[in-house]
Structure formats: C-alpha cells, structure tokens
Design a protein around this ligand. Sequence first.
Ligand code: HEC
Length: 475
Amino acid sequence: MPDPIPYYPVNEFGPLMKGLVIGGVGILHVFLAQFAIGGGALLYYFERVAQRGDADARRFVDGYFKVLVLVSFVVGALTGVAMWFTTIQVGARTIGLMIDEFHWLWATEWVWFSVEICAGYAFYRVGPRLDGRARLRLLGLYAFASWMSLFWINGILAWQLTPGAWLDGGGVWAGFFNPSFWPSLLFRTAVAATLAALVACVVINTMTFADPQHQRERRAALIRRAARFAVPIVAMPLLAAWFLAVIPSDSRGWVMGGSLPMTMFVGVAAGASMLIGAYVILGILLKRLTINIATATMLLLLAFGATAAGEFVREGARKPFTVRGVLYSTSIRPEEVAALRAHGAVANDPYPLRDEHRYPTAQLVRGAKVHRALCDACHTMHGSNALTELVRTWSDDQLRLNIAKLQRTKGFMPPFAGNAEDVESLAQLLRWELAGAPTTWPPPAVSRDERPPIPLDQISKWLDEAGTEPAKEAP
Ligand code: HEC
C-alpha cells in the first residue's frame, strides 16, 4: 500500500496561472542573483586594477556600481524568500520533495549564501576604512561565496529536469551532479559575467571627470576593461548546445520546433545574446567603439529579455513534470494515477472550493475541484492558457475524448488522474463556463429526453485506451 497522497491548500491568482506566477518571481530573482554574482567578480577585478594605481578604476569601485551590487543582492535575497512563499502556495509537494532529497546540500547552499551576504555587507560598510589586502580578500570572498551558492542551487534545479542516475537509485550525489549540472552551471556563470559587464557599461557612462576633454577616452578605457567580462558570451552557443544534448528528447523536440512558443522564446534568447555578443566583442573590444548610456541600457534590457525567455523555456521544457519522471506538475506521482482513476480525482481532497456558491449543481462543483486538482497548474479558466478558449469550438464528445486521453491530446500534459465521472464533470464545467456561467444548469440526469445519456462507458473506454503512463508514441 503506497503512502496516501498528501493534500495541501493551494492558492489561485486570478487570470495568472500558477506556473506564470512562479515563473515571474523566478525570472526577477535569477536576473538579480546572477548580476550579484558577476558584479562581485567584476568589483574584485577593478579593485585590483585600482590598487595598481588606476585612479579611474578606484572611482568606479567606490561609486554607484557597489551600491547596485548591494541592492541586487538584497533584492535578490528578498525575491528568493518570495520564491519560497510562492512555491509553497502552488507546488508544496514539489518543494517538499526537493527539501527531503537535498536537505543538507540545500543547507550548504544557504551557508554560502550567508557568507556572501556578510562579506558583501562588510565590504559596503567598512570597505573604505580597510587596507588594500583586506579589501581584496573581502571582495574575493564575496565573489567566491556568491558563485558557490549558484553551484549548490544549480545542482538542485538541474535535477528537476534531468534526474539522471538518481532515478535508478544512484543516490543524492548522482542527483546533484546530474546530466545538465555542468552545462547549466557554466552557462549561468557566463550569463552572470555578461550581466555584470553590461551594468558596468551603464554605470561608467554616468561617471563624470574633472577634465571634460578627456572624459570620453577615460570612460572608454574603463568600459573596455568591463567589457572583457562579457567575453564568455562566445561560449554560450556551445554551452546551450551541450544543454540541449543532455535534456530528455521530448523536451528537446518542443524546444526545437514542437512547441512554437518555446521555439520562439529560444530564438529570442539566442538572437538577443548574439546581438549583445556582437556589439561587445566586435564593437567595443575589437573596433574600440564607444558606447553611450542609451546603448548600454538597451543591451542590458536585451539581456533581461534573453534571461526571461531562457528561464521560461527551461521551466516549460520540464512539462508535464516538476521533477522529471517522479512528480507531475499537478503534484501527483505517476504511480498514483491508477488509484485516482479508480477512486476519483477529488474523493480525498479535503479542501472546499473558495467560490462554491457560484456553481448551481453538485456536478459543476465537482468539475471545479477536478479542474483545481488536475488542470490549474498550467491553465486558468478564462485568463492565461485559458481552457475556455482552447475548447471553444469543440463538440461534447471531442471534449470528453481529449480530456480522457489528455496525455495523447498533447504530450506535455499528464495522463488524466480521475475517473469517467470526473471527465464528465469537467466537460460540463467547461460547457457551463462557455455558456456564461448561468444560474441553472441541467443536472446530470441520464434520463432527460433533450440530452443524450451521458456516455460514461465510452469515457471509461477512452480512459483505458489512454492508459495511466505519461505520453509516449501512440501504439
Ligand atoms: C503540465 C501542464 C498542463 C496540465 C497539468 C494540463 N495542461 Fe492542458 N495544455 C497544456 C499546454 C502547455 C497546452 C498547449 C496550449 C497551446 O497549445 O496553446 C495545453 C493544451 C490543452 C488543450 C488544447 C489542446 C489542443 O490540442 O488544442 C486542452 C483542451 C487542455 N490543455 C485541457 C486540459 C485539461 C482539461 C487539463 C486538466 C485535466 C489540462 N489540460 C492539464 C499544459 C497542461
């Protein structure tokens, strides 16, 4: 007898679906945290240059850039906490599984993060009063600790998409050093360095110098130094190809054209990165072009777009799982589907609906619960990825068939984890929502003359045909 399925209260976010909420917070967090890592290393480099007697580098280190690094690691920390708040509201079981599995590794990550915060804050507070050696040590510690926190968290996040040998009992280290560990760590490191270079280009453009005649050259000299940090961008196509090579073949298929939104996002991310790379390497470093604050800001915004698109694809490519092969996006384990097929999707769900009074019949209430349990991780009723829009033109039987064979309707959906009545309740709910949520709705009376009897037997047959396994090629 397997453990009973744990149920957690879930939150809804109106027209935003759960996945988007977590994605939005995640993108902001990743962007800030990656900049904070690259920014630390860049500060370390400029501090060394400054200590060799470069007065402009000294002014850069003591100027706004330092403040931006501080702001971004503080806001990065806050959005990190926000991630915990959102994940426990939308995917408590996923985050629970991650903590169970990587408890001590996560604690290790947290310790590095604490070191990062202490070193960064100490540099900010007392840095000006310290001697050169101590300043360098503090910055070095900050940069190293922040990269180490990336190192540890990266293993845990990469495991979600490519658990690798962990699936065959390989243990916690096999899960941590999983197939996408190195490509994504190196990729993120390159991104961190590039972001730091771009922010530095913006900041240097705000610096004014006492002798205005030489302002341009002196800024340009600093910018060329900072731009060296963006050189790892040339490795990105290679790292991205490596990453694509190790992810599951169905995920790769969607990214490479199977799911056009994902493919387009990959294109946006790759195109934006190429533009940035070309400008920085060909323009600034080779052709020694100057870059003004508007262009620098534009490049930085492009980088934000590329980060957002990349994160969207990385999260999207994992569907229908939050932990590949282990836990569906619906917080149901693959081996639990069969039992839910037998007993019903929501028979044990203890949580009432928030808006139960909206629904005129018990069948619609059940449909709404089934939707909450099985669909609303990735859909909303009327907002993003709205179910009513997706099925607007479908006939009743088309609706029943496609829901019953959900994983065959689209391979990035899990198998339907409920019985024939659940399918029918959901189909009725969608019809009712499409009809404008009227105050009366025919009860599921099989005998009513004007409606054909509900084909529960037929739905059961479709469910059996679809099976309880995740999507593979059709037999
Ligand atoms: C793991 C995420 C996920 C879950 C869970 C999920 N879906 Fe989907 N579904 C998607 C995505 C992504 C699409 C593609 C949307 C598009 O093509 O614009 C989709 C498409 C659909 C479509 C349109 C299919 C087509 O071929 O046009 C329907 C209908 C649908 N889903 C119904 C459901 C129902 C009903 C549930 C719950 C029982 C559900 N989905 C659960 C992610 C999911």
